[in-house]
Design a protein around this ligand. Structure first.
Ligand SMILES: [Fe+2]
Length: 216
């Protein structure tokens, strides 16, 4: 299924009552229907839900968190696969294109009534507490609990895995980076919950370590 067809599919079925299935299909479409990218979104959702569970979120909050995690990268529909799958380093212009995907996520989700309530948080997954993230440069006080959880889950999945432009990081390196960024990129509470959660050991175990050729 081509990306645009996947998006049309998502929007068409957004009016039905089967929202969980819709979110899954949207996430799959957003990831260009490649098995690996679908696995990656599902993995981020599992990590996010585990973190939310440790933080005491209720069933509805966990459901929303799962939906946001599955859809957070849907804005990559607007980024060329030549950039997403480019081996080696991206140019400055390519990084500029890549960094627009959270904003596109917001725009896409805001256009689907069933997804509007997810849009802002899903689009904040690359923001940092210190304001040096993207696409808005939001700071600590403007980042919701769920946006903080998504940021931790996204990094936890990404760092131990190969990407087109870099090799997978070793578990010790992942742990050092994430702990070193506590309070700067990552929320202390979310990071602590990640390490306490049932997927906490993932931080010490490469997730999808053999994953080839896909950018974060
Ligand atoms: Fe992203």
């Amino acid at each position: 299924m081509r990306p645009f067809e996947a998006l049309k599919y998502t929007v068409r079925y957004a009016r039905t009552r089967h929202l969980a299935a819709i979110v899954r299909s949207g996430a799959e479409g957003a990831r260009d229907m490649t098995e690996l990218r679908c696995q990656r979104g599902a993995q981020i959702a599992r990590i996010a839900v585990s973190v939310g569970d440790v933080l005491g979120l209720g069933p509805r909050e966990l459901r929303d968190l799962r939906r946001m995690a599955l859809l957070h990268d849907i804005g990559k529909l607007g980024v060329s696969n030549l950039i997403l799958d480019k081996p080696g380093k991206l140019t400055d212009e390519e990084w500029t294109q890549m960094r627009r995907h959270p904003e596109r996520t917001v725009r896409i989700l805001e256009r689907v009534s069933a997804f509007q309530y997810l849009a802002a948080t899903a689009g904040a997954h690359h923001e940092r507490l210190d304001g040096r993230g993207y696409h808005l440069g939001l700071r600590d006080e403007h980042l919701s609990r769920d946006a903080r959880i998504l940021a931790v889950a996204d990094a936890c999945e990404a760092l131990p895995a190969d990407r087109a432009h870099r090799k997978a990081m070793e578990p010790e390196q992942v742990r050092a980076i994430m702990r070193g960024d506590a309070g700067k990129a990552f929320c202390h509470d979310a990071l602590g919950a990640l390490e306490l959660g049932r997927v906490g050991p993932m931080i010490a175990t490469p997730v999808l370590a053999a994953a080839p050729r896909a950018a974060r």
